[in-house]
Design a protein around this ligand. Sequence first.
Ligand code: F2R
Ligand code: MG
Ligand code: MG
Length: 351
Amino acid sequence: MAKIDLTLLKSKFRGSMLGVLTGDCLGHPYEGDELLTSGMKIILQKYFDKLEGPPYKAPAMQFTDDSVMTRSIAQSLIEKRQLDLLDIAKRFVKSYYEEPNRGYGPAVMTVFEKLRANRFSDLFTPAKEQFNGQGSWGNGGAMRITPIALFSHQNIDLLLEMTRKETQLTHTNKIGVDGAILQAIAIRQSLLLNPDNELDVKQFIDDLISQMDTIEFDEEGLGLVEPKPYKIQLSLVKTLISEGEAANAEKVVQKLGTSVAALYSVPTAIYCFLRAQNQIEGIITDNPFRRTIQYAISLGGDTDTIGGMAGALAGAFYGDKIINPAILKHLEASEEFQLLGEKLSDVTLSQ
Ligand code: F2R
Ligand code: MG
Ligand code: MG
C-alpha cells in the first residue's frame, strides 16, 4: 500500500467519522423498510438532490444509537489515549440513560441496565448473559467500531485486540465480534489506500477474505457447521461485484441481506462501498460518497446502520473533502463529528 500523506490521512479520519453520521442520519427514517420500489428510489434521488441544492431551512436530521456509541468511543480514545473499557462502558450507559430513545437494539439495553446495576464492577458478564448465554450477533459492535479502527490502524494486532475487547462489552457471540473485526479491517484498508488511484475492488475483497480466513476459526470447538461464514459472504460480494449492473437490488438483498444481524449487514455495507465505485442505475450523481449512502439506503432493511458502515468506508477512502458540505449542514452534530475525527487523528498520529 502506498504511503498516505499526513494531510490526506487526517482528512480520511474526519471523512470516516462523518461517514458514520451521514449514513445514520439519512438512513434512519428508512430503517425497517422493504427494498425501495422504483418510485421510492426516485423520491430518494430527489431528496438527496434537494439536500445538495441551495440552502433551505429544515430541522436537522437526527442521529441514532450508531452515532451515539461511535461518539462515546471516539471521546474516550481522545481523552484516555488508549483503550479504557471502563470509561467506554460508562459513556455508553450515561448516553443511554440521557437519551434512551435513540433507537437502540432491543436487547442491548439490558446490558446497559445490568452494567449500571453492578456499578461497572463486572464489565463482561452482562453481555455474556445475552440470549441465554449465546451473546448477541447483532451489528451493534460493527456499527460503532470506526474510532477503534482509525486509532489502531498502524498495528493490525492491536486493531484486532482492541476491536474484540471493546465489542465484547455488549456483543460476545463470535458472529457479532467477527462482524466488528471485518468492518474494522475494511476501514483500515480503505484508510491506507490512495484515492487518487482507482480502487482495485477485486484485490480489496481478496485481502479481506485472506484476513478473515485466519480470524474465523472455530476457536471454541463449537463444531460449527460452517466455520467461515464471513468468508462465504465475502465470496458472494466478489461474485456480485463481478456481475456489475446484472446484480440487481433484489439479488443483492437476497444474497447478502440487510438485517440487524452482523453477518447479513457488514458484508452488505462493504458491497455498497465497492459497488459505488462505478455509476449505479437510478442514482444520478458523480459523487461516489453520496452514491454509496444513497445505494445502501435504497436496499432497505437496516438502512441507518448499513448506510453508516458503508459511509465509514467511503469516508476513510476519499477523505472528508468528498462530502458535500450542503448535506452536512442538514445533519445533527456534523461539526462535532468532524472535530472528533480531527482530534482522533491528532491523538493517533502523535503516538
Ligand atoms: N434497534 C434498531 N432498530 C429498531 C427500530 C428503531 C426505531 N427506528 C426507533 O427509532 O425506535 N436499530 C439499532 O439496532 C441495531 C443494532 O443492534 P445491537 O446493538 O446489535 O442490539 P441487539 O439487541 O444486541 O441485537 C439486535 C437484535 O438482533 C437479534 N439477535 C441478536 N443476537 C441474537 C441471538 N443470539 N439470538 C437471537 N436473536 C438475536 C435480536 O432480535 C436483537 O434484538 C442497529 O440496526 C441499530 O441501528
Ligand atoms: Mg441506529
Ligand atoms: Mg440500524
